[in-house]
Structure formats: structure tokens, C-alpha cells
Design a protein around this ligand. Sequence first.
Ligand code: HEM
Length: 445
Amino acid sequence: MPKPGHQNKAPGPSGLLFAKSILDFYRNPIHLFSNLYNKYGGIVRMEGMSYCAHLLTQPEHIKYVLQDNAKNYRLSGIFDETAPVVGKGLTTNNGSSWLKQRRMVQTAFNHKHIHTYSETIISTSEDGLRQWEKFTTSNEPLNIDSEVCSINLRILGRLLFTVEFVDGDPFLDALAVVRKVTIENARSIIQLPINRRFGEAVKLLDDFTYGRIAQRRNGESHIDILSMLMEATDESGNGMTDIELHDEIMTLFFAAYEDVANALSWTWYLFAQNPEIETKLRAEIREVIGDRPPTASDLRNMPYLSMTANEVLRLYPTTWSLLREAIDEDEIGGFHIPAGSTLMFDLYLTHRLPEYWETPEQFDPERFSPERSAGRPRFAYFPFGGGPRQCIGNELALIEFKLILARMIQLYQVTLVSKPPIQMNALSSLQPRGGVWVHVTPVGR
Ligand code: HEM
């Protein structure tokens, strides 16, 4: 790789305009990035107050940073306040320590375990979705976001450490407090004081997790992700310490907390505006599996379901922004990137670039057909990131998303109650502001 030969700076806001961009960022980052892209182009430099960041929107530049020259770009913790809870887990760690942990955690996400995990997903979501019948009798609306989030947390409890969470579980309440505070802090221009409730919640999560680890050390055995993490060893044959185990388990809870719920909420919002797509998907599900609950192996026979899931994550990439920090100076697209610069990717923007996506605003699952996908660059679409830090739960997340969606369709007719347009909250994940409220009625009634 040739050394950067010049100091050609990318265009972008500096001085007062930079200060204004910071305020705009905290107000509406997606709107800001889209304006910057329209004004300055595919690489935008934001500079001021001894801070430098670059917004990259073009697939080849994203590929370069996330994959081709990933060694030079570490994860940036600039908007991440989760370290007091997740310690040095995968989403905060870097360098050789990250690589060692990644290899060990990866063993629990090997494809061979997916079948077992799917059974837990199917049985847990079946219980959860069946409980929605109470809404059909009372004719009350339900918020898909919070309902699926609670099903997802029950799935995680079972998959990660064979724990049955119930509504109002102290662990889940503590998790909710900690998430709220860390997100508010990351998205606030002023550092908010960490309050007593936060400290108590972190302690509860720690005690619970270390308690589970201690039970396993004392001989209790289960088939779950915690056991696999405890069996994993590095190249020298060493396993993880209790602290490392705790950090990775908390990291997985945080990383898998809400994306699937957000994705399903956006799906029903999109269906409400494109009923013909829901009808087509219903027909595929009826034809392939009829009324019986779907299994993971059914998914490969339902291409329209896969294309629909991909298309939802194109329009609403729930992890909508990724951040890196340049270790050494570099050059991208002919522009100088100083050491220490933050690199920002906005998936929402890249997933809508008209060069790669015909009528980008349209909800059109078939754009993911093999014929129409041919020739599209890998990083024009990256809802799970890419390169060495690609989402470790990618396969699991897609299976969960598709299994719950298929079962929802089999069990219920869904009518939107929330009034469109639903705004986006670009917090830790791309959430529908206020949730997606719907009425559900049993299919066939
Ligand atoms: C629809 C659901 C999900 C989406 C859209 C999603 C998206 C992502 C993305 C974009 C990254 C890359 C972050 C970066 O490069 O900075 C990532 C990383 C990660 N995800 Fe996911 N994720 C989802 C579900 C899950 C699930 C279910 C798990 C685990 C059970 C998980 C665990 C992780 C972990 C541990 C990382 C960090 C990997 C590393 O840096 O080594 N995610 N996710």
C-alpha cells in the first residue's frame, strides 16, 4: 500500500459549520448525513475543535475500511457508553485481545448449533405469539416493538444461559435501566451524571451473571451459549476467565437486545403501505408449510420470505451506523485520512444510493432476487457490517426474524393503528418512534 503522498483534504464543514453539524448530529444524525452527502459528495470531512471525522458512503470505500485494510481501523468508542456494563466484550474490544475473544465466542455461533438454537426460537416465540390472543379478545392494540422485544429477551435468556425470564424480571428491568442510561449518555451533547439506579442495576446484572458462571464452575451443566463459551479455548489452550465470560455474555445481551424487534416493527409498517407484498408472502408461507409452525429448514424453501427480510433491513438497517478510528494515516478515494480520524458509515444512506438501487425508496423485495442482485457491490448492502468484525449473530438473527415473521403471518391478520409516517429514532438502533401499534385478529376469523 503506497504511503499517502499528499494532504488532499476531503470537502466538508469546518469552523462554524462544523459546530452547527455537531448540534444537527444530536438532533437528527440521519438527516445531517444525508445533507452532508448531497452537499459534499461520497467522502465528507468534518473538522473542528481538534476533532476530525469522515463520512464514507461509497461501497468501495466502506469495503476498504471494514475489510481490505481493516487492520488499520479499530472500533471507535466515541458514542459507546456501554463499557461499565460490557467491560471488554467484543463490541468494545480491539486488537489482539479482540481477535482472541472473537475466535472463542465464534465457536458458539458455528452453523452446526443453529438447528438447536432454532428450536428454542420456535418454541419461545410460539408461546409469546399465542399470548397475543388476549389482545384479540379485548380488541386492544399492541406495540409490536415492545412485544417482540420481550419475546426476544426470553429467547436470549434460554439461549445464553438457560434462564426462564418472566415479565417484570429484575434482570430484565435492570437491563432496561442500563440500556436507557447508556443510550441517553451516548446521544447527549452533555455528559449526564450516572445515577444511583444505574449503579444498582449494573450490580444486579453482574451478580446474576457471575452467579450463573459460578454454578457452572461448581458442576451444573446445560447446553447453552454460556457452556460453549466456557469450553472454548485459545491457541495456548486457555479458557476464558470469569470476567471475560461475564463481559461476553453481557455484550451478547446488548448486541442482540432489540434489532430483531425493530426489524419486525418496520416490516409491519411497510406491509401496511404495501399490502400486495404481505399477500404474496402469505401465499408462499401457505404453500410451503400450510398451518404448521415453521422450522429452520423450511426457510430455504421460502425465497420470498428471505428477500422480504433483506429488503426490510435495506430500508431500515436497524444498526444504522458504524464507526471506526484510523490507527495510521491513510488515503481513501484520493483524500488524506489523518491518524486518529473517526470514520463514519451511514447504512441508511448507502442502502438508498440510486447508483445501486433502482427507485430506492420503494419497498421491493424482489430486488434481492439473484438476477437483480448480480453485479451489485458487496458493500452497497451491509446490515450486518462486514470484514473481520461482521455481526457474529448474523445467521441467528436472520433465522429469528424470519421464523417469527412467518409465524405471525400464519396466526394473525395485522392492521396498523399508528398513524403514518412513523418517525425514526436513530438511537443505538433504528427504532420506530413511539413503536408500531397494531390490531391483531386471528387468521380466518
Ligand atoms: C437484526 C439483527 C442484528 C443486526 C442488524 C446486527 C447488526 C450488527 C452489525 C452491523 C455489526 C457490526 C458492527 C461494526 O462493525 O461496528 C454487529 C456486530 C455484532 N453483533 Fe449483531 N446484529 C444483529 C443481531 C445480533 C445478534 C442476535 C447477536 C448475538 C446473539 C449479535 C451479536 C453481535 C456482536 C457480538 C457483534 C460484535 C462483533 C465483533 O465486533 O466482533 N448481533 N451486529
